[in-house]
Design a protein around this ligand. Sequence first.
Ligand SMILES: O=C(O)CCC(=O)C(=O)O
Ligand SMILES: [Fe+2]
Length: 517
Amino acid sequence: GHAQHASWTQLEELWHAEYKAVERIKTVIQPVAELGDVLKTYVESWEALVDGLEPPDWGSEDPAAGFSLLRHVAEGWTRVDDALQKTRSILHIIEYLASRPDREPLPNTDDVAAASEAVTRLAHVYRLNTTALVEGGRLVLDPVTGYHHPLSANELTSVGLVAVKKGFLDVGVQFLRAAKSRASVVQQPRLDNMLAAAVKVHDHVLEVNGPRSLAHVTATTPYGGPKEASPSRVVKAPVVLGVEYLSRHANATWMLERRPLVEQVQVERLCRGEDLRPPRVTSRLKCRYANGGSPWLALAPFKVEQVSLDPYITVVYEVVSRGEAGQLKKKMKSRLHTPYFPGSDSLTAAVEGGWSLKHTWLQEAEAAVLMGVGRRMRHLLGVTLDDAASEPYMVADYGLGGEYSAHRDTHGPTRAPPTPHVGERLATVLIYLQTPTQGGRTVFPWVGAGVGGTAGAAMVWWNLLSSHEHDFLTRHAACPVMRGRKTVLTKWVGYVPQWRTMSCSADPSRKVMLPWH
Ligand SMILES: O=C(O)CCC(=O)C(=O)O
Ligand SMILES: [Fe+2]
């Protein structure tokens, strides 16, 4: 099943619910313990009295036994009654605690497994600081406050084992090493065994399959044995971008066998903040004010920054204000669910979205804020994107290590067709309502560019060619969120409502963009 706590909004609710639960537990611990003690004493007193005798043989005619019986009940029951009355006053608290699973979804082993994998991926993509992990169980540090939550030996062990199982062999060994350094003397032998096994697997896989495939990652040199034994030189794979990528599309073998790994490696480099393009490409990018030719925006144009010219990707700043973002977040809170996409195969969508985000769909008519956003984008981009002419807005809230693997936004020939009056997803408007402090970039592996995201800013890109084929270069991914929260608001601009107003090109490979570009 699907993990319940796949977004930070839900994790935040869990913090609050857990706080309340523990506060209540604290109020019942003492009365419950007292009751336990009193009852135990009472039973002991009774057992001493009957001294192993069964009913017919009770010392009923022994005056001493009769005396003891009277005394046992008279004095004992006062204490029992006192403790029972106190417990009675906390029964509603017990009832509250006992009904917790009916009230809220509690995390289960699925959640823990998914979170372990998320931590593993974070460690892999962002090149975990092993020293900090070994010394303080530290995964990530808040650069401002210096806060970090240290992982215990047991937690490090369970993440390490998941990492090994999932093929992140280098990360697995590192976590198990960290676990060992933090483990008690009793735990040591078990960890020694696990670590030895993990190192053996790591070194064997490295020797047989090399350091990287779609299914595994190892360090570049073996962990066991003499270090100098295998000075295997790692050649950095050449970057594949733009037309070079497009030219490989005809090569089915390359697409099937080589593309996934090249894409993944390029995504990861971009996630770490690299730009894979040469300066002759990046130096042509501009930043300017734009009003899209709209008189309404003439006095208050948007700041538009080019991220890429082909495909055309821009960042439009200050599209949503802080207050508006807050209102939208409030609205989405109770509505988040596991991803599904209207009119498409929900299973595919859920798998693509992974466990690590929750989302909801919002109509423009449901939120005045969206009407404002829609108006701004309509004027700037010159497109129709109201409720009747496009899919609803989508709000997505990422979770712990939340990410979205590389995909295209268009339906294309393989997915369920879009609704007829909306058509293919001509453009994507992706607005960051909340920006993580570390990680979570949106990256385009075949463009070689990524954007860190500024709260309130929109990323806009055009997905289609004149031939109505999708532009393969627009594949993109959301990098795992390392620290902080990421909430995005997406609008897909449908093709059908725009086609009359678009300039048409005889060249089918031309990108479809609207006039202001
Ligand atoms: O959140 C992001 O950075 C990208 C989201 C995305 O690609 C999508 O929702 O289709
Ligand atoms: Fe997307």
